[in-house]
Write a protein that binds this ligand. Structure first.
Ligand SMILES: Cc1cc2nc3c(=O)[nH]c(=O)nc-3n(C[C@H](O)[C@H](O)[C@H](O)COP(=O)(O)OP(=O)(O)OC[C@H]3O[C@@H](n4cnc5c(N)ncnc54)[C@H](O)[C@@H]3O)c2cc1C
Ligand SMILES: *[C@@H]1O[C@H](CO)[C@@H](O)[C@H](O)[C@H]1NC(C)=O
Ligand SMILES: CC(=O)N[C@H]1CO[C@H](CO)[C@@H](O)[C@@H]1O
Length: 551
């Protein structure tokens, strides 16, 4: 039976069939930026159509830019770099694009590439299980609305679910949030239907998202904002400007102008990595001095002591300040570093005993890298989560491949984000690497590829040695595994140029490649041996001089 199914699969891979509901060659999990970029690469670079993108959200594609619509939401990397290299956009309205413009850009790319026909929204991938005989994955899907499940078979699985798996609300507050009688939401699920005018609004958290929406919602002096913070942040000024129309014209018409600009932005951003390298460096001293000066210049004096961090700049993601520090001067904005003790129906009680009455409570508490529901089961029934547990936390080879998980690729997996860079660039490098690996699979020449344990171990020990000296060791952040002394799991300890250089092409000796012929070979050998014996025996019988020896 297993041999039969093997034979069947083998003839299958040689012909590219149209995708059906039951079988697809490549499953892409997630229609965020990475999923869209991977699908475009399959279409344009490999000229391959047999893929399906499954997206959990019923609301369309775009990932974080679909979900995050809070006031002031935008990128903190310039648009000319925070975009796909094969689809440069001369029309970015401003240096840092706003959410609406980013969402429109990705939506347009998705439509233009004809990906609508390949995308199933409202479908969550819950499990992918490796079938060692067929060398395929059984991918279990759940319809988000009906909870109905079905399974498709895929030869390759690309995990493009993004690093931010879920909105994070601190455990203690999550349980209590239900007590609150007013409206309450997380910044990634903004309630545009609730007007804030004339209300007392509590904002929990002061990370990247809150820094973007607090200056916006407090523009209206009738909105009273009370911002609850746990820890300070380092800020760099956000020099935002609109591109004049002549600049857009130049980008659109002068050859290489846009490329030169993109290269300049990338090169400049990549130098910021020097800051993350070690804590005892001139860059660190200068940055600390400059950023301290910036906080002191922008924020009211009464907050300085609380606002200036002890940890080194870069340990947490730097906040590109869209006017947050300045808005703390507004009479309707109050900042408090007193911890919340409990949530009451009409407000919160602080650890100091003070009760703060509130009408609305907004969680700007960011995202967690919590273990998602998605389960990947590899060779020998090994669960990816268990493999990672055995390693003391998630790890992968260039953040994209894991030993024991053949034909499974991640985009922006462990240790591949830059603390300073456009993650799209990193994802493009990983996609380029992946496409080269799966090209022979889709052509039917190779059955599977899996990174070798030794190669992954060697890469990760190099990685961890470099990370040991980095700034990311000196605070708790989402870059690290939750808990103290955690393994740093999110960031790559180098410039993005280095990442590109190392990962731009797969090193085949690092991969265990199962070639289609190899599997046919043992069977062929068996058949040919039988044939030789049969011929020999027949010849012997006919000539009558060989068989008698047996008796
Ligand atoms: C507010 C905000 C601002 C940011 N700004 C920047 C920035 O300026 N620069 C920068 O480099 N990065 C920024 N980031 C990081 C950002 O996550 C990445 O830039 C980018 O979104 C990563 O794209 P992605 O496709 O990998 O992931 P996502 O955009 O998160 O997309 C993943 C998709 O997968 C879907 N999905 C998840 N699980 C499943 C499943 N099991 N089955 C089916 N579908 C699933 C999700 O619904 C989602 O649509 C920002 C993030 C946030 C939240
Ligand atoms: C899927 O990929 C994301 C990065 O895009 C990673 O954070 C996550 O751990 C991966 N999940 C699994 C089950 O591999
Ligand atoms: C908390 C606080 O100071 N709120 C003030 C916000 O601004 C309005 C008018 O600008 C004041 O009336 C509030 O007291």
């Amino acid at each position: 039976m297993s041999q039969l199914s093997q034979l069947k699969m083998q003839s299958d891979v040689d012909v590219v069939r149209p995708e059906t509901e039951e079988t697809t060659y490549v499953v892409i999990i997630g229609a965020g930026l990475a999923g869209i970029a991977a699908a475009i690469a399959l279409k344009e670079d490999l000229n391959f159509d047999g893929f399906t993108i499954y997206e959990k959200s019923p609301d369309g594609v775009g990932g974080v830019w679909r979900d995050n619509t809070y006031p002031g939401c935008g990128s903190d990397v310039p648009g000319h770099w925070y975009s796909l290299s094969r689809a440069p956009n001369p029309h970015w309205a401003s240096y840092y694009p706003a959410q609406g413009e980013l969402q429109a850009y990705w939506d347009a790319l998705w439509t233009r590439a004809g990906l609508r026909a390949h995308t199933r929204c409202g479908t969550e991938v819950v499990r992918a299980t490796w079938d060692p005989a067929a060398r395929t994955y059984a991918v279990e899907l759940e319809d988000v609305a009906s909870r109905a499940r079905r399974t498709v078979v895929a030869r390759v699985v690309i995990n493009a679910t993004g690093p931010f798996q879920a909105s994070r609300v601190p455990e203690d507050l999550r349980a209590a949030a239900g007590v609150f009688a007013g409206e309450s939401w997380h910044s990634a699920r903004w309630r545009h239907d609730v007007p804030l005018a004339g209300k007392r609004v509590g904002v929990v958290g002061n990370g990247c998202s809150a820094a973007q929406f607090v200056p916006q919602i407090s523009k209206d002096p009738s909105v009273e904002v009370i911002n609850f913070c746990r820890s300070p942040q380092w800020y760099i000024p956000r020099f935002q400007f609109d591109y004049p129309s002549w600049a857009k014209w130049v980008f659109a018409h002068v050859p290489f102008a846009m490329w030169a600009y993109r290269a300049f932005l990338m090169g400049r951003a990549d130098m910021v990595f020097m800051l993350f390298r070690q804590t005892e460096s001139r860059y660190q001293r200068d940055a600390r001095k400059g950023m301290t000066r910036y906080i002191k210049k922008m924020a009211p004096e009464k907050y300085h002591a609380n606002l200036i961090p002890q940890f080194p700049p870069g340990c947490k993601r730097l906040i590109v300040d869209p006017g947050y520090l300045k808005c703390l001067h507004r009479p309707n904005v109050t900042l408090t570093f007193d911890a919340i003790d409990r949530i009451l129906p009409r407000g919160v009680q602080l650890k100091t005993g003070e009760v703060v009455p509130l009408d609305v409570l907004i969680f700007g508490t960011g995202f967690s890298l919590m273990p998602p529901r998605l389960e990947i089961i590899g060779v020998g029934g090994l669960r990816l989560a268990d493999y990672w547990k055995s390693k003391g936390g998630p790890e992968a080879y260039y953040g994209l491949a894991v030993p024991n998980f053949p034909n499974y690729f991640m985009l922006l997996g462990p240790n591949s984000a830059g603390g300073h860079a456009s993650v799209i660039f990193i994802e493009e490098v990983q996609i380029q690497h992946t496409m080269q690996l799966i090209k022979p699979i889709l052509a039917g020449k190779v059955r599977s590829v899996a990174v070798r344990e030794e190669a992954s171990a060697k890469y990760n020990s190099w990685l961890q040695a470099r990370l040991a000296r980095s700034v990311w060791n000196f605070c708790d952040s989402y870059y690290r595994r939750e808990g103290t002394n955690g393994k740093i799991i999110a960031t790559f300890p180098g410039t993005v140029s280095l990442f590109w250089w190392l990962a731009r092409r797969p090193r085949y000796s690092d991969y265990e490649v199962v070639v289609s012929g190899e599997e046919r070979w043992p069977r062929l050998k068996r058949v040919s041996t039988l044939l030789v014996v049969a011929v020999a025996v027949t010849l012997g019988v006919v000539r009558g001089n060989w068989v008698p020896n047996l008796g």
